[in-house]
Design a protein. Structure first.
Length: 335
């Protein structure tokens, strides 16, 4: 239904020729108040008044970027709104080609100046930059890009996938991803994630680490992320990882160093308060793995976390020997 007051505010905002020119410019380019002030050569207080009228009529919107506020026209808002046809006509009318030549040149100069101001822009933005980047693109896109250094034809097994938070990153790069978990609740969330992200190359399988629902030699890389400390008996799971890996396949384990925080252990339902890396390494060596590498995984300090002190993490990687040990229960392979 058309609201008379809103329609009257709409036309009142457009009735002033200066305001109409401001709206025209903002339909072509998003600008700050100080850029608009420079462009129209008018006091900031007058510009702010015009912007207020335009905003109240729903014709412009603003957003904060660090210390600056950017304004832009909002003529393509809700297509179902009663005034949508009017806005559409306005948008066509206020096209960049219709901008007076002088105004268009001034606008181009302002944009060029903005580029020249980049250095001071970054000085001003330094304190806000991390939050801005994370807000726009998340916190791990650059690290996920590093995955592309690994062979895309690999099949990757995410064992104990939980809610499958890592699956989109894996599926975007690797040919096939098999994700296993014993919890139906976790798998249901993982399934929703797979559907939401339309990950056609992810195969979710319910199963246990001690009897993995994968063929012998099916995977090239096995991931065990924060999972082994949940198992009553780790060695059979390590043997299973060896079985499902192709010869020369690799395993990557992310684990807790042994910790003493009993509150954390109970809250996380950890069967073990971490696992010493040398113990894990010995079990994997016994199961036919070699070429071990171990490193600390840096995590953000969280001294005020409710469950602090949080365990420290390490990463252990190893490669399955090309000729596999039959004592571990694997089939002998040609070297
Ligand atoms: C701490 S969560 C970690 C999940 C995921 N890797 C992550 O980092 O978010 C541990 C997961 O292991 C699963 N899990 C525990 N014991 C398992 C077992 N014996 N076989 C398969 N999955 C198991 C749990 O259901 C849970 O989803």
């Amino acid at each position: 239904m058309i609201k008379p007051l809103a329609i009257s505010a709409f036309f009142k905002a457009l009735a002033d020729p200066t305001r109409l020119r401001i709206l025209h410019v903002l339909n072509c380019e998003e600008l700050t108040v100080s850029e608009l002030v420079r462009l129209f050569d008018m006091p900031q207080s007058s510009m702010s008044r015009h912007l207020k009228v335009l905003r109240e009529a729903g014709l412009v919107t603003d957003r904060s970027v660090g210390p600056a506020t950017y304004y832009r026209a909002m003529l393509d808002a809700d297509p179902e709104a009663p005034d949508a046809p009017l806005r559409r006509d306005l948008q066509t009318l206020l096209d960049v080609d219709q901008l007076a030549l002088g105004l268009r040149q001034s606008l181009e100069r302002i944009i060029a100046l903005r580029a020249g101001e980049n250095e001071s822009f970054f000085d001003r933005m330094a304190a806000h930059w991390d939050a801005l980047r994370e807000d726009c693109f998340g916190s791990s896109f650059h690290l996920e890009s590093l995955l592309h250094l690994l062979p895309a034809q690999w099949t990757v097994a995410d064992l104990g996938t939980g809610t499958g938070y890592i699956l989109p990153a894996l599926a975007h790069h690797f040919q096939k991803v098999v994700a296993v978990d014993s919890s139906r609740g976790m798998l249901e969330l993982a399934r929703r994630r797979v559907e939401d992200h339309k990950l056609a190359n992810v195969d979710l399988r319910e199963g246990d680490l001690v009897e993995l629902p994968l063929e012998t030699g099916e995977a090239d890389l096995a991931l065990l992320i924060l999972i082994l400390h949940h198992l009553a008996d780790i060695r059979p799971a390590v043997l299973e990882v060896g079985r499902i890996l192709a010869a020369d396949g690799q395993v990557l384990v992310l684990e807790y160093y042994p910790y003493e925080n009993e509150v954390f252990r109970r809250q996380m339902a950890d069967r073990r308060a971490g696992i010493a890396p040398e113990v894990l390494r010995a079990w994997f060596a016994e199961a036919g793995f070699e070429h071990f590498e171990l490193w600390d995984v840096p995590t953000p300090p969280r001294p005020d976390h409710d469950l602090a002190p949080l365990p420290r993490l390490y990463c252990l990687v190893a490669r399955k020997r090309k000729v596999c040990s039959t004592s571990a229960g694997w089939t002998e392979k040609e070297p």
